[in-house]
Write a protein that binds this ligand. Structure first.
Ligand SMILES: [Zn+2]
Ligand SMILES: [Zn+2]
Length: 425
């Protein structure tokens, strides 16, 4: 009897602490949701304005100015002009804690919008002498808006925020080098976060769902430009010159055979020769053939192993045919790898924020590219894929003129990211 009393006496404060912590967490969740609900109409307006005025990579002047002025109004320390148009906002919480970061990308694509939305883009540009529209067809308008929304929520709940949050709005994700340029310009020279987070809209997931890849989330984006050269000759007299079309065709097929026969089946590898140009007439063997390919892999050693194989195959096929060639191999954006410990730490917070684990789905990695990988090479990083497929569609597609992102994803993204920062420990 006495012992029992003693146990209750000892455990009492502990139980009280946990109960009050739970109550405090619940209260904080409600406060986050209340701010998100309050600011959602304003965020929708911001998103529609950014959507209506898309800007190409490294030209995001209007968007960057809007981001900087919004963050300044919230009272953040703001740096602008990092790598051209990049913006950094620093928000210091009132409690001690870690330095964390969120990144959004601001650039749009040269696509003529065909969504029929009332706030469709009417912006245009000239590419290769042709007029083409500009469109936020990759959801970067949504990412930028969410970044501002998170800054607003955390500013209002600054008394609960432990540590400092960096808000990074980067240029030129679509070119694959905006993040690298910001790092080169000294983004983290003065203040370096211990972890960084980002969203990308997910055109396969319905609004309300969040998906993530547990390890690699995006691939190495490499490729080559190959020119096969010949003297050219009459089509009826093929032994008078090297036929660059036949040589090119052999290379296209040999590369596919290489992927299937020389690469471990578990090492995902894609080679797509997406462009093959040669010739002008039926009866002329042309003097050149030009091939362009994209090459996707995961991991540094795999990308270098594939590079060696591609170079070997091209060299040997050209030599066998006595063809001159010029090969330019490009190592582009590196693969994006999640930090497993960081992902494990934040997943329960994400699940709680979106209404339960049934809304947070593990997915397969993408073979697409994402220059958030440059940040992930410097510090632990996690990218979450935010479902944006509207209820009335089965799917929508980024980089397409009809890409439609459901705006309900904005408050979901804001409360999820704000929760990560407010509950991170
Ligand atoms: Zn894109
Ligand atoms: Zn994108």
């Amino acid at each position: 009897m006495r012992n029992k009393k003693k146990v209750i006496f000892l455990l009492g404060p502990v139980i009280f602490f946990f109960l009050s912590m739970k109550a405090g967490e619940k209260d904080l969740k409600k406060r986050i949701e209340a701010v998100v609900e309050k600011i959602t109409p304003e965020l929708i307006e911001i998103r529609r304005d950014i959507h209506a005025h898309p800007e190409l990579a490294f030209q995001e002047k209007r968007t960057a100015a809007k981001v900087a002025s919004y963050l300044q109004h919230l009272g953040l320390e703001v740096r602008t002009g990092i790598a051209g148009t990049g913006v950094l906002g620093i928000l210091r919480g009132l409690k001690k804690g870690p330095i964390l970061a969120m990144r959004a990308d601001m650039d749009a694509l040269p696509i003529t919008e065909a969504t029929g939305l009332p706030f469709s883009s009417k912006e245009k540009t000239i590419i290769n002498g042709q007029e083409v529209g500009l469109m936020h067809a990759c959801g970067h308008d949504i990412h930028t808006t969410i970044l501002l929304g998170v800054a607003r929520v955390l500013s209002e709940l600054k008394s609960e925020l432990k540590g400092t949050i960096l808000f990074i709005a980067q240029p030129a994700e679509e070119y694959g080098d905006g993040a690298a340029e910001m790092l080169k310009a000294g983004l983290f020279r003065e203040i370096k976060p211990e972890a960084i987070f980002a969203f990308h809209v997910d055109d396969e997931a319905r609004v309300g769902f969040i998906r993530y890849a547990p390890d690699y989330a995006a691939a190495n984006v490499d490729g080559f430009d190959l020119m096969i050269e010949s003297e050219g000759c009459h089509g009826s007299d093929p032994d008078a010159c090297v036929d660059p079309i036949v040589v090119g065709a052999q290379i296209v097929l040999a590369l596919q055979v290489m992927v299937s026969r020389e690469i471990d089946v578990h090492d995902d590898t894609v080679i797509t020769v997406g462009s093959f140009h040669a010739g002008t007439a039926r009866n002329i063997i042309p003097d050149k053939a030009e091939l362009k390919a994209t090459i996707r892999t995961y991991g540094e050693s795999q990308r270098l192993a594939v590079k060696e194989k591609v170079e070997r195959i091209i060299q040997n096929i050209c030599e066998a045919a006595n063809a001159r060639y010029n090969l330019q191999y490009h190592l582009g954006t590196p693969a994006l790898r999640q930090d497993p410990a960081l992902l494990k730490k934040i997943l329960p917070i994400v699940q709680e924020a979106v209404g339960g684990p049934q809304y947070v789905i593990e997915a397969r990695p993408s073979m697409g590219g994402e220059d958030f990988s440059y940040f992930a090479r410097e510090i632990p990083a996690v990218m979450l894929w935010l479902g944006v497929v509207p209820e009335h569609l089965t799917r929508t597609s980024v980089h397409s003129p009809t890409f439609l992102a459901d705006e309900k994803s904005i408050p979901i993204g804001v409360k999820t990211m704000a929760s990560i920062f407010l509950h991170y420990q």
